[in-house]
Design a protein around this ligand. Sequence first.
Ligand code: SF4
Length: 452
Amino acid sequence: MHGGPPLRMALLEGNLVRTYHIWTVGCQMNKADSERLGRELAGLGYHETDQMGKADVIVINSCSVRQNAENRVASRLGILRALKRDKPDCLIALMGCMVGQDQGELRRRFPHVDLFLPPQAFDALLDRLSEQQDAPAVDTSRADGSAVSRFVNIMHGCDNFCTYCIVPYRRGRERSRSIDEILCEVEGLVARGAKEIVFLGQNVDSYGKTLPGKPDLADLLRETNAVPGLLRIRFLTSHPRDMSTRLIQAVADLDKVCEYINLPVQAGDDEVLKAMRRGYYVDEYRALVRRIRAAMPEVGLTTDVIVGFPGERPEQFESTRALLEELRFDAVHVAVYSPRPGTIAARMVDDVPPEEKDRRLQVVERLQQTISMERHQELVGRTMEILVERQTGGKWEGRTRGNKLAFFRFDGDCLGQLVSVRITSASAWSLQGATDETNVFQPTSVPVRNVS
Ligand code: SF4
């Protein structure tokens, strides 16, 4: 872990303040990496700015899981070419999944980028900045903010090699952080105002396999559940093959662990699952969903689906559609397949025409919109526990334990508190509610159980 200069209360003259801007695309792990880098930069005395043109340090945290994400990064780097011309002292770094082992092609395409940093490997940037003796020290307690819900990466990489996925090639083999190291980060975040921690990993259900004594995610959840001041714990993303009964039980038992599971199925056909190398059959997935719902009837369950995988026949897509209709998830994240160079699937014939892929995408989106709407409507009239994360458009915004977005009006300040909210209406995307005058706040240290 990098340490910055000792904290001094800043006597900041405007022209002495050094600033950074991090632009992030891609998954929540990237977001977590950016948050961690931001904290390290704050430790070195840098202030965050949302204006890229004014920053002394610009970091583009990239993603290469989809072509669309790579295109956005390339276009952002194109804009930075002119900026670097006008402001040559500005340091530009490209970080994340686009930065593989062979960086020659990137260096040729983007010669104005000063540093290329593989995922999580931002030490080279911090070293470079630490060497600049004139970096001023500031009061980092302000620069770091105090967001209610914070991401914490508990592991890096993935060993699964699903045939369509670039992650194992770019992020490397699976490595878990120790429970002690994670708890230390969690306690630090709670001390700075966090109320909810979201543990992240490409496959969190295999957490701990690389650690001495092989602790698992259930162990980590139990230890984190005891952190004083923390109200809620979540984790992403699960893998159906690796989700154990022990983990399901821990989620059901532990009061701070929210009943919410993202369980990507990707396809509802065994042949397609095999071609994707997912390592489970549809019936096994069904049985797992049954076990989870039996242990936690109010669980918020979401899934991911890829449509138009190479060779996916119409009747195979129909099996996926039927599975989604049968299992009635709370939300489905659907993506159209696009080949990622270097993956096994990129060598398969991408034979589903683009218009057919788009049709399948729309079929899933329409179906899920109806299901989400119906599931949300079932909550109207219920009183639910909301952790308030921010204020938007005159309303307070937060989430239920099942991870549903909820909005309500309240005249006081309830940021970071657990609030009992009566749900008054619902759409496919969110809930609207009202607070009862007599029942506005629950004590923040005692989360209410058995609500979705
Ligand atoms: S589990 Fe599969 S899809 Fe997820 S990161 Fe690993 S290889 Fe990629």
